[in-house]
Design a protein around this ligand. Structure first.
Ligand code: 13P
Ligand code: SF4
Length: 350
């Protein structure tokens, strides 16, 4: 990828990206989805990118799959599909367009490529990683298998294709409890998120769950002490935590769920005040749709998710650089683990 300065110069040769109150005013329907969290001058700055990207999507026959942690201008301005990891994986299988631009982190783009290998899958920044994906390799899976012979390996989708290929089945935060409960073994190995595993162990007490020592650098920073202190002064605030948080943080919350589970909970419950114990963009993205909910309290930024910007999305669609490739032999094995998860969670949802 070009460095920032070269990328800007190159883009400026092809697009007029100067802030434009005129373009901003021409798209009130897009701005209405983020007006509570994006100021008019910022929208005037984003609008030229949003318009250029949406035009280029048509020319390239591309769709944008965006995770719930993308910033509002990406989430509302250019995404065709938004969702949590499971939803995005399922949507990737259905894409008919030639190109998928994954606005999320690398393992998500890899999952899309694995599930729909004939498509060109672009990630706007190859360095959009994930601390969980970096915490384990296929050798780590082999170590766990040696330590717990015969136990199935349930691996979080936040992993590389090699790790998925070495596992028996994948899970996401929205289906982990059902996937673990459905395993035909008393002992189940969960990798790589120790906190997700510890939270699931409490939901599925009939299984002995053993885990790898990985964690999410965003969710491990929340503390039960801070949440309880906040609650002491704000007793009516609904506290909602992602299951990548440590178990005592989940205990201090009123509800825990995947990113889409969190959105569904707030939409259903409509609390006057809500604290989303997760990545900062979550509250921003749903804020305009829930004007009666006041989002309060701390949030943590995912530095990997935040590598994806409008500028880099425009560059990837313009240059068609940043295609994710997965070795076909690895992809076949990884697909089996991801597809098993999709099939089982759809079967259990019926
Ligand atoms: P979800 O599947 O809940 O969207 O989580 C993905 C993720 O990376 C959360 O940190
Ligand atoms: Fe990975 Fe955590 Fe960022 Fe999600 S929030 S991508 S788990 S580092």
């Amino acid at each position: 990828m070009l460095d920032q300065t070269a990328l800007r110069t190159e883009l400026a040769n092809h697009y007029d990206l100067a802030p434009s109150p005129e373009l901003a005013a021409a798209h009130p329907e897009i701005y209405a989805k983020m007006a509570r969290v994006v100021s008019p001058p910022d929208w005037a700055m984003f609008a030229p990118y949003v318009v250029a990207i949406n035009q280029l999507k048509k020319e390239r026959n591309a769709v944008i799959l965006a995770h719930n942690y993308m910033t509002p201008e990406i989430y509302h301005g250019i995404a065709d599909v938004v969702g949590d990891s499971l939803q995005l994986a399922i949507e990737a299988t259905k894409v008919e367009a030639d190109v998928i631009v994954q606005c999320g982190v690398h393992f998500m783009a890899e999952t899309s490529k694995i599930l729909n290998p004939s498509k060109t899958v672009l990630i706007p920044d190859m360095e959009a990683g994930c601390s969980l994906a970096e915490s384990i390799t296929a050798e780590g899976i082999a170590e766990m298998r040696a330590q717990y012979p015969g136990a199935p390996v349930v691996t979080y989708v936040n992993t590389t294709a090699e790790v998925k290929a070495a596992s028996d089945i994948c899970c996401t935060s929205s289906n982990a409890a059902q996937i673990v409960a459905a395993q035909d073994s008393d002992t189940v190995i969960m990798t790589p998120d120790k906190y997700l595993a510890q939270n699931i162990a409490r939901e599925v007490p009939q299984k002995r769950i053993v885990w790898w020592d990985g964690s999410c650098i965003v969710h491990e920073r929340f503390t039960a002490h801070d949440l309880n202190a906040f609650r002491a002064h704000n007793p009516d605030t609904r506290i909602i935590a992602h299951p990548e948080c440590p178990p005592d943080v989940v205990d201090a919350a009123d509800f825990s769920g995947s990113t889409s589970g969190i959105i569904a909970y707030v939409e259903r419950e409509r609390p006057a005040q809500a604290m989303l114990v997760t990545e900062c963009s979550m509250a921003s993205n749903i804020s305009d749709n829930l004007p009666d909910v006041d989002f309060v309290g701390p949030c943590n930024m995912c530095p990997y998710m935040k590598k994806i910007t409008l500028e880099k999305v425009l560059w990837s669609l313009h240059s068609m650089q940043g295609a994710v490739e997965v070795d076909p032999a690895i992809a076949d094995k990884a697909r089996r683990s991801v597809q098993r998860m999709i099939d089982l969670s759809q079967q259990l949802a019926r």
